[in-house]
Design a protein around this ligand. Structure first.
Ligand code: SF4
Length: 436
């Protein structure tokens, strides 16, 4: 009988793509996949190690899954992902529940490791750098969209970020490989391709000596069946007028700019080792708004070491003057081995949390006001599910999956289809609409 495997993936969409590749590899080898860990003989926890709260969630999930081993069905617990890469030795020493700890460069060895573990071995590997897995993926997203990981690692070295320590330098996937994978996805019915990387604006720089995100989007645009292309994680200093114009003009590229800026104060941005200053960020926003009807998304860090009350107030002022349609704020997390962790002026957790709450309270109003302007307009909406009240849950090209609000639609239509929807009402983060 085939061995049954359950995989729980935590963290970001980039980690999710790795999880889908692992599932693809196992499905190809005849393993039976299940969503229910209670039914699985092998449980894989694909961890996140980005910030303290993510690490804690990863550890809790490993311990939760270990209970299934005690109950008898599960015979092997395997830990993969960023936490396994970064803390392999500690996990090996302190978590006897884990039978294998497999870093990010060892994904293609997963099946051999499962065999070894089921034979009674304990395995720890984290020595190899990340390599893009070759197996086909088993998609775990809603039926019509898929993430396309165009690069991994990061060369930016933001002072608060542990990602380069975990995933190494920025490595792009060749454009032909990406277009081949996108064609396979389109043949499977995927109509929305979401290019992702730690920094998508740098795509191609390492391989081709110049950024080639525009070339990639052009290539993706030519694929039949692809309707929306939505690159995420654009770093402000490489969002040129050429890129904004290209995104505005390419029909299949969503009018959607995900621009994680982290802060607006120049002193804080310099301490964060971010390239570009507040003026550059404002310039990008102004140019994007002038180029077309774009939805803008960003993330902010509150309570970075040394952030004064005045600098925080300036951030609040900035988001009211330059409103983002979508915004996520996070309390600065003091990550070991990062330069910011050693900086003077560390801020108390209570203050950091209060600043996050203040930003999010402001954003709630801003979001509601911006969504209100969309009442009465009509959009093409992909219908992806139903909420507990029976309303259809969908998105237009102005909403990214997983991170943004949704369009809640009255009416009946098959899931996985696009429908023309008129917006009737705005909530704080979601819109209500009817099929027309
Ligand atoms: S751009 Fe900065 S925050 Fe993002 S992964 Fe790279 S170093 Fe980390």
């Amino acid at each position: 009988m085939a061995t049954t495997v359950a995989l729980i993936s935590l963290g970001c969409a980039k980690n999710q793509v790795d999880a889908e590749s692992m599932l693809g590899q196992l499905a190809q080898k005849g393993y039976q996949l299940t969503d229910d860990p209670a039914q699985a003989q092998v449980i894989i926890v694909n961890t996140c190690g980005f910030i303290t709260s993510a690490k804690e969630e990863s550890i809790e999930t490993i311990l939760d899954m270990a209970r299934y081993k005690e109950e008898g069905v599960c015979r092997a617990l395997i830990v993969t992902g960023c936490l396994a890469q970064r803390y392999a030795a500690q996990l090996e020493a302190e978590m006897p529940e884990a039978d294998a700890i497999l870093g990010i460069g060892h994904i293609d060895e997963l099946e051999a490791v499962i065999h070894a573990v089921l034979e009674g071995e304990r395995v720890t590997k984290n020595s190899r750098p990340y390599a893009f897995p070759a197996a086909p993926r088993v998609l775990s997203t809603a039926p019509r969209h898929a993430y396309l990981k165009i690069a991994d690692g990061c060369d930016n070295r933001c002072s608060y970020c542990a990602i380069p320590l975990i995933r190494g330098g920025f490595v792009s996937r060749p454009i032909d490989d990406l277009l081949r994978e996108a064609r396979v996805l389109a043949d499977q019915g995927i109509s929305e391709i979401i290019p992702i990387a730690q920094d998508t604006t740098r795509y191609g720089l390492d391989l081709y000596g110049k950024p080639r995100l525009i070339d990639l989007m052009e290539g993706l645009s030519e694929i039949e069946g692809v309707k929306w292309i939505r690159p995420l994680y654009l770093y402000p200093d490489l969002v040129s007028m050429t890129l904004i114009d290209a995104m505005a003009q390419m029909q299949k590229v969503c009018n959607y700019l995900d621009l994680p800026i982290q802060h607006i104060d120049d002193t804080i941005l310099r301490a964060m080792h971010r390239r570009g200053d507040g003026a550059l960020i404002k310039d990008v926003i102004e140019k994007t708004r002038a180029a077309g009807d774009f939805a803008l998304r960003t993330t902010l860090i509150c309570g970075f070491p040394g952030e004064t009350r005045a600098q925080f107030d300036a951030l609040c002022q900035f988001i009211t003057e330059y409103p983002f349609d979508r915004l996520g704020a996070f309390a600065y997390s003091q990550e070991e081995d990062t330069p910011a962790a050693q900086m003077d002026g560390q801020i108390r957790q209570g203050v950091k949390n209060a600043r996050v709450n203040k930003i999010m309270a402001l954003q709630r109003k801003i979001s509601h006001e911006l969504l209100q302007k969309r009442v009465g307009r009509e959009y093409e909406v992909i219908l992806e599910g139903r909420n507990p009240q029976g309303l259809l849950v969908g998105r237009s090209m102005y909403e990214a999956p997983d991170v943004d609000g949704a369009i809640l639609v009255r009416g009946d239509a098959p899931l996985g289809q696009y429908a023309r929807v008129r917006i009737t009402q705005a909530q704080d983060y979601d819109l209500m609409g009817v099929i027309v």
